[in-house]
Design a protein around this ligand. Sequence first.
Ligand SMILES: *[C@@H]1O[C@H](CO)[C@@H](O)[C@H](O)[C@H]1NC(C)=O
Ligand SMILES: *[C@@H]1O[C@H](CO)[C@@H](O)[C@H](O)[C@H]1NC(C)=O
Ligand SMILES: *[C@@H]1O[C@H](CO)[C@@H](O)[C@H](O)[C@H]1NC(C)=O
Ligand SMILES: *[C@@H]1O[C@H](CO)[C@@H](O)[C@H](O)[C@H]1NC(C)=O
Ligand SMILES: *[C@@H]1O[C@H](CO)[C@@H](O)[C@H](O)[C@H]1NC(C)=O
Length: 609
Amino acid sequence: MFWLRKFWIIILVLVVDVFRAKVYAVPAKPCRILLDTDVDTDDFFALLYLLKLNRSEFELEVKLFSCIFYDILYMMGRDDIAVGVGGEGGILEDGTILPNVGGYLPIIEQGMTTAGGCRYRQAIPVGLRGRLDFDTNYGIRKSFLPQGSRKYSPLKQPTAQQVMIEKTSAGPITVFVTGAHTNFAVFLRKNPHLKRNIEHIYVMGGGVRSNNPTGCCPKHGTPHCHPRQCGDPGNLFTDYNTNPYAEFNIFGDPFAAYQVFHSGIPVTLVSLDATNTIPITEEFFKAFEQSQWTYEAQYCFKSLKMARDTWFDDRFYTSYFMWDSFTSGVAVSIMRNYGKNNGENEFAEMEYMNISVVTSNEPYGICDGSNPLFDGLHFPKFKLNKSGLHSGHVQMGLRDPFCFVENGKGKCKDGYTEEGTGPDSVRVLVATKAKPNHDLTSKLNREFFTNFLDVLNRPENTARFNLTTEFPHFRQAFYEPDFKNRTLGKPVVFDMDMSAGDFMALFYLLKVPVELLNLKAILVSPTGWPNAAAIDIVYDLLHMMGRDDIPVGLGDVFAMSQSDQIFHLVGDCKYAKAIPHGSGGFLDSDTIYGLARDLPRSPRRMCIL
Ligand SMILES: *[C@@H]1O[C@H](CO)[C@@H](O)[C@H](O)[C@H]1NC(C)=O
Ligand SMILES: *[C@@H]1O[C@H](CO)[C@@H](O)[C@H](O)[C@H]1NC(C)=O
Ligand SMILES: *[C@@H]1O[C@H](CO)[C@@H](O)[C@H](O)[C@H]1NC(C)=O
Ligand SMILES: *[C@@H]1O[C@H](CO)[C@@H](O)[C@H](O)[C@H]1NC(C)=O
Ligand SMILES: *[C@@H]1O[C@H](CO)[C@@H](O)[C@H](O)[C@H]1NC(C)=O
């Protein structure tokens, strides 16, 4: 999916054994898959799709970090799957990569800590319709997913790099990358000897010959309509004024994507070229609504419906595409055909193209303060060529004056998977188009739509859980104390973030007799130590204390004047960049050191409708 994560580092390793015994009457040769993804709605679709595949053919192992994924794996009865989180290591000035690099920051900005800026990430909305929604899965997670016993615990959590090393060392493996490429690229640079175990890389991301079909004016529209990202190769709907070329996953870390594409390992790319041809149609949405025979199908449908119901305009059906789920389908289908016949598969048309990932803009060899790989360094990092293609201007953020073109499309190409003929490009198999449904009588116009619904609704590998039957005594209670006969003390509003001191203070305030202090409301400030989704934890704390009556308000997600002038949902992280993403920072505050999982769950939740 095209969202990349702010700080949850998700590496999903699916080890899939595809028994090929049917064709060759020889013992089956296992085919293992490592999935490196992020956590948007479509990522869940991809994960569940892969988890649903025949388990006697596919043996799965997953590595990732996100409480949501823990819950999904628990629901699917897969607590055996390993989970890795970003470590605390860094990259030295000379380019030496220390073990256990966190992967919280793009490679070019990775220093010795997990704190840092947001030059690429700031294209992603932080609040509503952005990370807030994805981190809570629109609030659906709390009501629908059962909660397993696994949680993030500092010191015990294996790092993403450790898990990747372990899984790749074990034997041949295929990698799916459906988020930003940071972790995988760091792994490849750090462990070149393990490259030989990687058979193939499937990537969701980039746009090569794509024309964005969204942000266009209706054919017979009003004369006042200004086309937006319409026709762009990329999909940065928040940032096409500077960069109409990039797609979100690659834009998350262009330098990392370059490393992956140029690693020498064969790459198949499912780019916007193909995903633009498989929008979620109204017919598909209706068909999905009517075929929810498993718990996981219900969960996916609920998420999709929430995405639709909260869409910012009335063009959901032409703006929301199958990204990661489609990629999983295409990749699995190619693998079933043993990767032969130039990627022939059931769901997409394929074509070889020579492409490269743009990491900096021409002219090269300038030192204008935008490029941490060269600026101020006696020797460029990673021994890079001082006048090579990594040495130009690197996009600094939204409305970077270098890239910004007044009243026009921007000129920066950072993250563009550009077609080229020179020695800098690599031959990549690219999905160009989703195949139409071979059943012409079906209302579903894409072959993959039918397969997706079919797989999700299979009775095999289904969720073990049904909250109604498994927990017959479970009921959701809303606790509201009765203060009728008591004289209430001073009314107080508490404005907090989520460092340890804050929630201890909250408990303290709740313990003070109401005759003395009457806590009227809590405000959560996501400009400081928590992420906006931490509001869910505050709800749970209050629930535990029997105070579901106290309203909780979500503060502004941007510090003053950090929100973008043109597109208010995105903005800079000038102050927040001082807060580390890893241990001692967001990772701990957003999970209260993993303890948040032990809280009872409040029926209240982040709910945006
Ligand atoms: C799963 O695959 C195995 C081995 O190919 C096969 O015997 C079995 O019937 C399959 N199960 C289902 C439910 O299709
Ligand atoms: C859970 O079980 C109840 C009772 O058998 C049933 O009505 C309900 O549809 C089931 N829910 C799901 C999600 O399968
Ligand atoms: C890609 O490059 C190879 C040689 O590097 C060349 O033979 C081939 O024709 C090129 N393909 C395209 C589509 O440009
Ligand atoms: C560095 O890059 C320039 C420009 O692309 C090229 O002409 C030169 O040969 C490269 N030098 C090395 C040592 O690769
Ligand atoms: C409040 O006071 C009234 C009258 O003294 C009494 O009947 C009632 O039970 C009290 N309510 C509570 C919740 O204590």
